[in-house]
Design a protein around this ligand. Structure first.
Ligand code: PLP
Length: 410
């Protein structure tokens, strides 16, 4: 008899967006003519830029020839992409990486979920709250998160981020072995200043804590003072792994490509106190369980670092950020309390009149046929908030705002 991994049974039955889809479908069943606008799920809507499309065509033509065909590639990614990343994402910020510290992946979701395989099952975990659900669910799957009691995992230290602390998490009041940070933040759309991030790096160095830093939205940062990478902070090479994604940077949600940085200086201890480098361990893990990101995706990603690619990608990011400004501006005019949206494609709104996240979600769906994401789906401190994304088209975002204004004015 095969015994099931019972840790899976502790997870809530559905992923957040499945619950949302169910509620939207229930609404559609009774309102067949309704034209619903989703500002909920964080998928992008604008097409890939021309430089990426041309690279995809070129790579496809190569694959049609015997000399240009590419089969299995290096598990850690092709050098042409790793070099482009090094030269464009890190060197201009004064960050010197070795090419072997860059691991190309099929998007950040896999690695943010898989990275915890590098540490023992009984490490303690801290997260800012609310947070991208993958971090905790992946820890729960192997039992590290403990038991779920009233929407909280027993072995997890939650660090609330809310309007009261201006979305700046306090350092934990106890030692944690591993901490997940995500900046710019999904879902709150807020960022950490260099000073605040430095506090985390210093905490990690003092306490021998490992930081998993998710920078999936760094391309949306507008303020030149906000760090794009944790390695902008001295000492971070000794305590942090960083995740990047081309999904939101360049519309790769369907193409699939991203990368993870595992510095060679980074170590974790055995029970006997021996320090073990994590970079070779991650390479070993990837070579065993991952067969590389497709050649086509990697050539497509390389194209975003060409002069035309950079310009085109920036234009799309600006397009989405115009939506973010319109969301913030309109909600403020309607006297909603909103956060984020300045250095991130997410706008985080406090629900009015003390309604719960799910109550407001339903009121908005039934009142304006607009879908948002209930904040509580991202963690207990998300209760009383909802998230709007800026990833729609201008037309649909404007239409949604006009409907919200009309509905709210009633
Ligand atoms: N990290 C964060 C914070 C995200 O919001 C997402 C996607 O929404 C991801 C990682 C995963 O991105 P992908 O797997 O598409 O690269």
């Amino acid at each position: 008899m095969a015994l099931v991994n019972e840790h899976f049974l502790k997870l809530s039955g559905n992923y957040l967006f499945t619950d949302i889809a169910k509620k939207v479908n229930a609404f559609k069943a009774t309102h067949r003519q309704a034209d619903i606008i989703s500002l909920g799920i964080g998928d992008v809507t604008q097409p890939l830029c021309p430089a990426v499309i041309e690279a995809l065509h070129r790579a496809t033509d190569e694959m049609a020839t015997a000399s240009g065909f590419h089969g299995y590639g290096p598990e850690q990614g092709y050098d042409f992409l790793r070099e482009a990343i090094l030269k464009n994402d890190f060197l201009p910020r004064g960050i010197h990486l070795d090419i072997d510290e860059i691991f190309i992946n099929d998007g950040a979701k896999s690695d943010t979920g898989n990275i915890q395989e590098l540490i023992r099952w009984d490490n303690s975990v801290g997260v800012t709250d609310p947070i991208y659900p993958v971090y905790l669910d992946s820890n729960a799957m192997i039992g590290r998160a403990g038991q779920k009691v009233d929407d909280r995992w027993s072995n997890v230290t939650y660090l609330p981020c809310n309007a009261e602390n201006k979305f700046v998490p306090s350092l934990p009041d106890r030692r944690v072995d591993v901490i997940y940070l995500c900046y710019p933040n999904n879902p709150t759309g807020t960022v950490l200043s260099k000073e605040e991030l430095r506090k985390w790096v210093n905490y990690a160095l003092r306490n021998d804590t490992l930081i998993f830093y998710d920078a999936a939205y760094q391309a949306y940062i507008q303020d030149p003072e906000i760090p794009h990478s944790i390695y902008e902070i001295r000492g971070a090479r000794k305590c942090a792994i960083e995740f990047h994604s081309f999904s939101k940077t360049a519309g790769f949600t369907g193409v699939r490509c991203g990368y993870t940085i595992v510095p060679k200086d980074l170590t974790a201890a055995t029970l006997q106190g021996e320090r073990i480098a994590l970079n070779p361990l991650w390479l070993r893990r990837q070579s065993t369980k991952f067969n590389g990101t497709s050649y086509l995706s990697q050539r497509a990603a390389e194209a975003i670092y060409t002069p035309e690619g950079k310009e085109q990608v920036r234009a799309t990011i600006n397009y989405y950020m115009q939506n973010a400004s319109r969301l913030v501006e309109t909600f403020r005019r309607l006297n909603f309390e909103v956060y984020g949206g300045e250095n991130a494609p997410y706008v985080w709104m406090r629900t009015p009149k003390g309604s719960s996240s799910w109550q407001f979600f339903e009121e908005l769906l039934y009142g304006a046929q607009v879908v948002c994401t209930p904040g509580v789906g991202f963690g207990p401190s998300g209760e009383g908030y909802v998230r709007f994304t800026a990833f729609g088209s201008h037309e649909r975002t404007e239409e949604a705002l006009a409907r919200i204004e009309k509905w709210f004015g009633k």
